[in-house]
Design a binder for this molecule. Structure first.
Ligand code: KG4
Ligand code: ZN
Length: 359
């Protein structure tokens, strides 16, 4: 089965063609992502209306490119490209998947309405996808760089979603049966990194630069609290960390070296609590596997520390993170989710839901 997937929940416009074979293997034939990040970097954050206007600009070229690339056809004139893409859509694509939430309403509407129009006009099944769950399913995409979890034997597993908008722990008993264990009470982990990055005048989004700068530090006396680390539940809270860093920045003259130390202490505070609660959930529910997802899952310190913390568990717990291309927002993960949870609905039933969470 082959799916055209569309993701427009925030500042990325992404279209992908993704296929599942009889062995449940998910292969990405194309994954095209245009981003309006540079525009938002100037203001240090996303202005929703601007992000929506950018989505309108990119959506049809992204879909066209994804369809052409899936058949390894080179671009020619715009009109010819559209004609060929239309043919591919008609002949080679079995269904359309689209992110319907959560996210920004304007950007979501662009993807949802485009997908609905294509599904209606070409009479294709359409599958609405929860962006958050798709971040975890990015792990099931075939990977040339490292091993991936098995769709049949990985269960039960803990999913940790750590992105710019969300921090959530979930227990998956099967591909379709999951339970939410806890999440952030305020800012998400990535959001905290980005806000702290702004205080330190770093690039946006700040996660990669914070990781890079932290790697230059061996030790520091700076210590920031890991919020709610000792609470007995699976909640997280990161807004206090941002205030703590803000107070430190106000009181100290920041040199390059000190900025690196602040990055180190910030990353440590966030990673420590993510690791502690993920390990606790994994032991409590006797899981076989931990799957990370979302932009912050690209952080090597988070992955390595988690791996280290579960290294002596018996029976062993395996840990996976998606390939970097599929850890930040992308349409391939939307396709992967739809292929493993194939639940088409009538197009009239799909509405963009900015506040969508877990059902
Ligand atoms: O999943 P994502 O692309 O977008 C949302 O759905 O929110 O996540 C973006 C977030 C940003 O906050 C960014 O700073 C963070 O992921 N991020 C990282 C790294 N790469 C991206 N955080 C820590 N370390 C990284 N290497
Ligand atoms: Zn995301």
């Amino acid at each position: 089965m082959r799916i055209l997937a569309i993701e427009t929940s925030c500042d990325e416009t992404s279209a992908a063609v993704v296929e599942k074979d009889l062995n449940q293997h998910i292969t990405v034939l194309s994954n095209i992502t245009a981003t309006s990040m540079a525009l938002h970097a100037k203001t240090g954050g996303i202005i929703p209306e601007e992000a929506a206007r950018e989505q309108i600009k990119f959506i049809l070229p992204a879909i066209t490119s994804a369809l052409l690339k899936s058949e390894q056809i080179k671009h020619s004139s715009t009109e010819k490209n559209f004609t060929i893409a239309n043919e591919i859509l008609k002949e080679k694509i079995d269904a359309i998947a689209v992110t319907y939430g959560p996210g920004l309403i304007g950007p979501l509407l662009v993807g949802v309405e485009t997908a609905k129009t294509l599904a209606y006009s070409l009479n294709k099944p359409i599958i609405p996808v929860n962006h958050l769950l798709a971040h975890i399913f990015a792990n099931f995409i075939q990977n040339t760089q490292h091993q991936i979890p098995n769709t049949e034997t990985a269960f039960p597993f803990i999913g940790l979603i750590v992105s710019g908008g969300h921090t959530d722990l979930l227990l998956f008993k099967s591909l379709t049966d999951y339970k939410w264990l806890g999440g952030t009470l305020d800012d998400a982990a990535g959001e905290a990194l980005d806000k702290i990055g702004r205080l330190l005048k770093l690039s946006y989004p700040a996660g990669p630069e914070i990781e890079e700068r932290a790697a230059k530090v061996r030790d520091t006396n700076i210590k920031f609290k890991s919020p709610v680390i000792n609470s007995g539940n699976f909640d997280f809270s990161f807004s206090g960390l941002k205030s703590e860093v803000a107070r430190y920045v106000e009181k100290n003259n920041l040199t390059e070296g000190l900025i690196n130390e602040v990055c180190y202490a910030t990353q440590k505070a966030i990673v420590d609590v993510l690791v502690k609660k993920t390990v606790r959930a994994s032991k409590l529910y006797n899981v076989k596997t931990i799957l990370l997802g979302g932009g912050v899952s690209a952080n090597a310190v988070l992955f390595d520390q988690l791996k280290y913390s579960i290294a002596s568990e018996k029976p062993p717990i395996e840990i996976f993170a998606p390939q970097r291309t599929y850890s930040t927002d992308n349409a391939a993960m939307i396709g992967a989710f739809a292929l493993l949870n194939y639940k088409p609905v009538v197009w009239q039933k799909i509405t963009a839901l900015p506040e969508l969470y877990f059902d």
